[in-house]
Design a protein around this ligand. Structure first.
Ligand SMILES: C[S@@+](CC[C@H](N)C(=O)[O-])C[C@H]1O[C@@H](n2cnc3c(N)ncnc32)[C@H](O)[C@@H]1O
Length: 227
């Protein structure tokens, strides 16, 4: 990815940290909101998916504000939160305190595409709304590294933006401008997925994927390493 675009995206998320959860709690995504209730309802569905699929030693990469912690904290024995944004990690630390799991949580301010991960060390890898900011050339190597970080019995849970008619006239992939509550604007890279996209990616990362949730807005997919 062009370094200028990457810097803009990183800054955007760092500055958005305090307002980020509004997408889940208020149904208020950046951009035009057609139906806040739909966003809230689908966030609840994803919460149930996280509760169902996250357990044991978990890597939440990148974690953002740690919003999904509330759904997996009780079932996890060790938690690793990775994000490039200091402000996002601060929110994550507050949530880890709130849910009583700070003592079993490791916080890492790192580039998710480059962070060093120990092989076969996680039962669950959660990737929420990050692949939609990853280009084709970054995708295979990233997923392959996650695959290697999984225990043989482990799995990834990927949640991201589904490509449906509810996306209106947006392009399926490309650069777009995002606006913060105070009006500041940033250029970011954003793509949307269909279940079939994961079939196409599976050979490159030696993983098998299975669609668990297909909403009007969001998609939930689990993946296991091919042995
Ligand atoms: C859309 S948010 C999703 C956060 C969280 N996973 C969730 O589902 O709510 C994207 C997050 O990815 C982080 N991020 C973007 N690019 C990154 C990178 N290369 N390395 C680490 N974090 C990154 C941003 O700082 C932001 O917190």
């Amino acid at each position: 990815m062009d370094p200028r675009l990457r810097r803009s995206m990183n800054e955007y998320y760092n500055e958005r940290a305090e307002e980020f959860d509004e997408i889940y709690t208020l149904g208020k995504p950046p951009g035009t909101v057609t139906d806040p209730e739909l966003y809230k309802e689908e966030a609840r569905s994803l919460g149930n998916l996280v509760r169902e699929h996250c357990r044991g030693s978990i890597l939440d990469i990148p974690c953002g504000t740690g919003y999904w912690l509330q759904f997996y904290a009780a079932d996890c024995s060790a938690i690793t939160l990775v994000d490039q944004s200091e402000n996002m990690l601060r929110e994550g630390r507050e949530k880890a305190q709130e849910y009583g799991v700070e003592s079993i949580t490791t916080f890492m301010k790192s580039d998710a595409l480059e962070v060093s991960l120990e092989d076969r060390s996680f039962d669950t890898v959660l990737v929420g709304f990050f692949l939609s900011h990853v280009t084709d050339s970054q995708m295979g190597p990233f997923l392959h590294r996650l695959r290697n970080a999984l225990k043989p019995s482990g799995h990834v849970l990927i949640m991201d933006s589904n490509w449906t008619r509810y996306r209106g006239s947006r392009p399926k992939e490309g650069t777009t401008v995002r606006t913060l509550n105070d009006g500041r604007q940033y250029e970011i890279y954003k793509r949307y997925f269909e279940g079939a996209d994961f079939d196409r990616m599976s050979d490159a990362c030696e993983m098998d994927f299975s669609v668990q949730y297909e909403g009007k807005l969001y998609l939930g997919v689990t993946g296991t390493a091919r042995q």
